[in-house]
Design a protein around this ligand. Structure first.
Ligand SMILES: [Zn+2]
Length: 79
């Protein structure tokens, strides 16, 4: 395992990427990796959908505890 694992680096940048707080260079770097890595692309897409879903849920009914737990389980890293 090297420190230069591109997927690990990509994962680190996922939250800031979603929050749109990356610099242009970092963003370009992440997008380049996403273009060529199916694994990370899936993770980003999943995270993106999850965020949208959670945002919608905030404005809808209060989320049942079981659903909240299910979402928390889904967020654990895929191995
Ligand atoms: Zn990757």
């Amino acid at each position: 395992m090297t420190a230069a694992d591109p997927c690990a680096h990509c994962e680190e940048m996922m939250q800031p990427y979603m929050d749109r707080v990356l610099t242009d260079a970092e963003r370009a770097e992440a997008e380049t990796h996403l273009d060529e890595c199916t694994y990370c692309r899936k993770r980003y897409r999943f995270e993106d959908h999850l965020r949208t879903f959670v945002q919608q849920a905030v404005y809808a009914e209060p989320m049942p505890v079981e659903l909240r737990q299910k979402l928390a389980d889904l967020r654990t890293p895929l191995q």
